[in-house]
Design a protein around this ligand. Structure first.
Ligand code: ADP
Length: 481
């Protein structure tokens, strides 16, 4: 089976969050299920400079007004199609925003162009290759199924995956004339959304099937609390909605071989993690005490519950804990953590940078990772934590709920527990969870058991890649029917 996957970020070339990890790892995992994937992504400067010997396979004189071509190249096992268009992608800043954090003014055109290029590749094919299925990710690629729905050629079955419904790609109605869609596409069963154009809405409306990245989140987004306005549409399409939990790339994230880790280890040499703990403490200047070392590796945002953690920091320190925070985000939250670090020198420390190798070392050296998200479609850092024996302390929501087994009395007694979870997501409940973690930490036998059980969890892509392959087959059968 041949699949065209379309995403706006792909690890290891460009990453701002979990989407990149998934878009980079799933194609590799699908190989074992008889599925070959070509991945279409934008040609940001970092992408073009990282790949070598790319070959032009398609060119457009005008793709929504910009000159563009598609380059094909193999990169670290991924078969990439790169949409090279200086008009859209050759600029400083990140994939979505400039260096000051302001969204690029023409994101609507940049990502409509990505979607339109994908639709054209899917329908006309490339020389010697035509996809059986198209799999698009998030709002940046979500217009693809709409382009296909309103094209004269027959459709190729499409699957859209929601990685985070909070990001929807909503724009004013004034962009519609420039999208090169027929006038009737601007309707409730097309791309129209609250009087404007909604990219994610368009994708959810027009794709053949919808998935999201955990079974719990698939249920949650049917409710107003989590659906962010799309719960009605999703409820209508309930029978086409699937929840498939993300896996992790077990080669990139392997404590026994990870080059970013100071002392490599396995579940049977857990004691040697102490060397990594020292390295993390050194890097963050956490010189006070010998207590449990908690970490955070996250965007510092309301979604991630970081305001709740900022409220709980003093407690954590009074309990003898230390906290290393790697992340940036909302200015007010960054300030709150820097203030906590100033209140507790040697016990709390913050690095507001993006540092992939350091994130690996932190998973290998911290005792626990705190993830108090208000909503979490899947979450990857708890999966890395499980694999690295860094016990996850998580909010009971979305994918966190599906992947961490709370250390209740029963789960401890049966040795099933893999972490600590709490809900509802409030500051007092987070404080209680941290207190439980500290208590368990001081019982080394129980703590080691928790770490070992976590390390046994199946966090690989194996099972989930099989579920995606089965879903693709289902869609193919639908096409034939
Ligand atoms: P989201 O995609 O919502 O941000 P996820 O948990 O799904 O959250 O994925 C976040 C990814 O980004 C993980 O791979 C995590 O390790 C990584 N990450 C987040 N912040 C940083 C940072 N400051 N430095 C390095 N990696 C980070």
């Amino acid at each position: 089976m041949k699949v065209l996957s379309v995403a706006s970020e792909v690890y290891p070339l460009v990453k701002t969050g979990g989407l990149a990890d998934v878009a980079g790892a799933l194609p590799l995992a699908l190989k074992g299920h008889g599925v070959s994937v070509k991945t279409l992504m934008p040609g940001y400067p970092a992408v073009l400079s990282a790949v070598k010997d790319a070959e032009r396979v398609l060119s457009f004189d005008s793709l929504l007004g910009g000159k563009a071509e598609v380059l094909e190249v193999e990169h670290q096992g991924l078969d990439l199609l790169i949409l090279h268009s200086p008009t859209f992608f050759d600029r400083p800043g990140g994939p979505y925003a400039d260096a000051t954090g302001k969204d690029h003014f023409d994101n609507w055109r940049r990502f409509a162009a990505l979607s339109k290029a994908g639709a054209m590749i899917a329908q006309a094919g490339l020389e010697g290759w035509k996809p059986d299925i198209v799999h698009v990710h998030d709002w940046q690629a979500a217009m693809l199924p709409a382009y296909m729905r309103y094209a004269p050629e027959p459709e190729v079955p499409t699957l859209i995956t929601i990685h985070n419904i909070a990001f929807q790609g909503q724009f004013g109605a004034d962009i519609f004339p420039y999208l090169e869609l027929p006038p009737h596409a601007f309707g409730i069963d097309g791309v129209e959304y609250f009087g404007g154009v909604g990219y994610l809405k368009a994708g959810l409306q027009t794709s053949w099937a919808i998935s999201t990245v955990s079974p719990s989140y698939a249920e949650e987004i049917l409710t107003p609390e989590f659906g962010m306005g799309l719960e009605g549409l999703l409820s209508l399409r309930h029978s086409d909605l699937h929840g498939i939990v993300n896996g992790i790339d077990a080669h990139v994230w392997d404590p026994a071989a990870d080059p970013a880790v100071k002392v490599n280890y396995t579940a049977s040499t857990l004691k040697t993690r102490a060397g990594n703990k020292r390295a993390v403490a050194d890097r963050f200047g956490l010189t006070k005490g010998e207590g449990p070392l908690f970490c955070v590796i996250s965007r510092l945002t309301w979604q991630k519950g970081m305001d709740l953690l900022a409220e709980a920091v003093d407690d954590l320190v009074h309990l003898g804990g230390r906290l290393a925070v790697l992340g940036s985000g909302d200015r007010a939250l960054e300030n709150a953590f820097h203030a906590a670090a100033a209140r507790h020198p040697g016990s709390v420390s913050v690095l507001s940078i993006y540092d992939e190798p350091l994130s690996h070392l932190m998973q290998a050296g911290s005792d626990a990772i705190i993830i108090p998200s208000r909503f979490e479609p899947c979450g990857l850092t708890q999966l890395y934590g499980l694999r690295y024996g860094c016990v996850p302390v998580v909010a009971r929501t979305g994918g966190l709920n599906d992947t961490v087994i709370d250390a209740s009395h029963a789960a401890l007694a049966t040795k099933a527990a893999t972490g600590i979870s709490f809900g509802p997501v409030t500051a007092p409940n987070l404080r209680r969870a941290i207190r439980r973690a500290v208590r368990l930490y001081h019982d080394p036998k129980v703590w080691t058991q928790l770490q070992k059980q976590g390390m046994k969890s199946d966090v690989s892509w194996e099972k989930s890649a099989g579920l995606y392959a089965a879903l693709y087959s289902e869609l193919l059968a639908k096409k034939g029917a």
